[in-house]
Design a protein around this ligand. Structure first.
Ligand code: BGC
Length: 253
């Protein structure tokens, strides 16, 4: 890896905020402030792209940039956007954002970015076999890691469970929407994790997303056969993983 690839800018597009920071790629540590702007509403492609570019401009950085997006991203093009805006489907992040950045850029799913961060610097570091990272927030994001390598766009948050889209049943937002107690919600989350483990047989679940800020309220209710750990980089995993992906791509190219 060359010197310039030792630091990359990671940007995480979320439903409420778009956050960025410079990341040291040897340690995974943030080496700048974390800059955040509100996600525009409605979250239309042009407006969101302007905000991502504004976040990037804050850092005045010409090196590699990774951008995490809450939907399927293939070759810089968005294919799903369950919790953002349907106009994103078919939009090219590479054109809308990449063409306006000074450095090389890469675009990936937000849960995949979090999975990369955990595999490289966090709770899944050094774990062999299959690790499944599951982010429980507004939606459910998943990242499948096999021997440290990401298998992108797994999207297990949209498996059908008891006739429902899994994320409407077990995401953190489902608890609030249904006015469930923590125990009731944890029952749903456990049902979902047990379903996942019957399909994938992971060695480890890494749980992330907003809900992992208060694990004492619910973690003890979850008893799948697979061991569970919490993500190390709850707030910044998307930023760190996006930055790591950017550097990887530059290295490959
Ligand atoms: C999307 C995923 C995303 C997750 C978390 C889901 O609705 O389909 O792509 O990773 O939300 O943002």
């Amino acid at each position: 890896m060359n010197e310039t690839a030792n630091i990359a800018l990671g940007i995480d597009i979320g439903g409420t905020g778009i956050k960025g920071a410079l990341v040291d790629l040897k340690t995974g540590a943030l080496v700048s402030d974390r800059f955040r702007l509100d996600t525009p509403r409605p979250a239309l492609p042009a407006a969101v792209a302007d905000t991502v570019v504004a976040v990037a401009a804050h850092f005045d950085f010409a090196g590699p940039v990774g951008v995490a997006f809450p939907g399927v991203v293939l070759d810089g093009v968005v294919h799903t956007a369950a919790n953002l805006h349907p106009d994103w489907i078919g939009a090219s992040l590479a054109e809308l954002v990449g063409s306006r950045l000074s450095g090389p850029s890469v675009f990936l799913n937000d849960a995949d970015a979090a999975g990369l961060a955990e595999a490289r610097f966090g709770a899944a570091k050094g774990v062999s076999g299959v690790v499944l990272l599951v982010t429980l927030g507004t939606g459910i994001g998943t990242a499948m890691i096999s021997d440290g390598q990401l298998v992108p766009n797994s999207e297990f948050g949209h498996l059908e469970l008891d006739g429902l889209d899994a994320e409407t049943y077990a995401a953190a937002s489902a608890r609030k929407r249904n006015n469930h107690t923590w125990e009731e919600w944890a029952g749903h989350a456990e049902h979902y994790l047990k379903y996942l483990e019957r399909l994938v047989w992971p060695k480890l679940f890494v749980l992330g997303g907003g809900i992992t800020k208060n694990p004492e309220l619910w973690l003890h209710y979850l008893k799948p056969r697979t061991p569970i750990v919490l993500a190390t980089n709850i707030n910044n995993a998307g930023i760190i993983g996006a930055a790591a992906a950017a550097a990887q791509t530059q290295q490959a190219g």
